[in-house]
Structures are given as C-alpha cells and as structure tokens.
Design a protein around this ligand. Structure first.
Ligand code: SAH
Length: 218
C-alpha cells in the first residue's frame, strides 16, 4: 500500500476534480472529498500511474474500483449530511466508502468477498478512518442497525430489493443501479412515508453484478 501522497498525485487529483466539474458534478462536499482522498492507495501497484484517470480498474476477485465520475454521481444523489447513518453494499476497494467517511457519514459497509472486505478494512484503518465492516450477502441489508439515512448499492441489481427499501428512514434515500448485466439505470428511491416510496431514474451505468439472494444469485 502506498500511503505517500506526492505533489504529483495532488496535482493529478486536482485535474480529476476539474474533469468531474466539466462532466456536470456540482455537489461541493463530494468534490471536496474526491479532492482530498488519495485514490492511488486503493489501487494495485500496476495501476498506480492511472489512479487519477476517470476510469474503473480491476481489483481482486474479478471486481472493480468504480470510475470516479460514477462515485461522484452516485454520492451526489445520496445527499449525505455529516453524521448520517449510511449503509453501503459492495465495499470493494473501499474508495467509495472513503468518500462517504470523508463527508462525515457513520458508515456500515458490506462486502461479499472476504479478501476484499479485509483489505478495505486494513486500508481505511491505516488511513485513519473508522467504519463498521461486514462480510456477507448485502442484499439482505443490515436490519440490526436499521433504519438508515441512506443506502448505496455499488453493484448492478436485477431489481430493487424490498429488504433494503424497508431499512430506510422516512425521508431516506436508496441509490441503486438496476438493469441487466450489460447496462443499468441509476435509480433513486426516497421513502416518503411508512408505505410510500418515490422512484426516480437517472443515467445509464455499467457495474459488476450484485450477487446474493435478492441479486443475481451465486
Ligand atoms: N464501491 C466499490 C466498488 C466495488 S465493485 C469501490 O469503490 O471500489 C462492487 C462490489 O460489490 C464488489 O466488490 C462485489 O464483490 C460486491 N458485491 C456484489 N454483490 C454483493 C452482495 N450481495 N453483497 C455484498 N457485496 C456484494
């Protein structure tokens, strides 16, 4: 793990933030978080040089670290406020987790693959962040700590798991990409009352598949 944040990395990161602004990201706290977090720490050595390109890259277990634009877009839709209780499904490298933590979220994050969960826990710990890590099927949510101000799913789902909708606070946001394996629509579900949910659709994205009981299965 390369924790050193050189001037070169900082410069490249500033360019990345400018690119995200050009691509339409306006949420200042999201931009600030991305501007502060050394993304190269979350990548394997082979990709260090590319850490500040707006691209997804492979991590272990055939998974990917999401593209910065995707992280920025999804996080903007969540509307995270400092102190919010947030549930993340798909810890992966821990980069998206780090953005949420930097914005002041109280984070519960679930990853299916043990190795990825352990690695992200180690990386974020070394960086000085505190979160609760769980290794299990995230499509079941985490009812023992519910309800959440927001829930973010960072893998492509076949449909919106009702289990997750039920774990939202009234007023809470669920952001989840829904579609087939090639293409997903970013969806936002806002819980308006106990039984009322508002659904909105945003652009097209491409994520690795959400596995598990309410995902694509094993
Ligand atoms: N947010 C991550 C993106 C990781 S890719 C990052 O910034 O790096 C999506 C992740 O979701 C993968 O690591 C995959 O293993 C995980 N995943 C897929 N299905 C899951 C499930 N049912 N429960 C928990 N994690 C899951």
């Amino acid at each position: 793990m390369n924790l050193i944040d050189s001037f070169r990395h900082q410069g490249l990161r500033k360019q990345l933030v400018n690119l995200l602004i050009e691509k339409g990201i306006t949420n200042q706290s999201v931009l600030n978080a991305i501007g502060r977090i050394p993304r190269h720490v979350f990548l394997d050595n082979a990709f260090l040089e590319h850490a500040y390109q707006d691209k997804a890259f492979p991590i272990d277990e055939g998974q990917t670290i999401s593209q910065p634009y995707t992280v920025a877009f999804q996080t903007s839709l969540l509307n995270v406020q400092k102190g919010d209780k947030v549930l993340e499904i798909g810890t992966g490298s821990g980069y998206q987790s780090c953005v949420l933590l930097e914005m002041g979220a109280k984070l519960y994050t679930i990853e299916y693959h043990h190795r990825l969960s352990e690695k992200a826990k180690y990386t974020l710990g070394q960086m000085g962040y505190k979160a609760q890590f769980f290794c299990m099927d995230g499509t079941l949510g985490l009812p023992q700590y519910a309800p959440y101000d927001s829930i973010i799913v960072t893998a492509g789902a076949p449909s919106i798991p009702e289990t997750l909708m039920k774990q939202l606070k009234v007023g809470g946001h669920l952001v989840i990409p829904v579609g087939d394996s090639a293409n997903q629509t970013m969806m936002r579900i806002i819980r308006k009352s106990e039984n009322e949910f508002q659904r909105e659709q945003f652009g097209q994205f491409r994520f690795v598949p959400l596995v598990g009981k309410h995902g694509w299965g094993k």
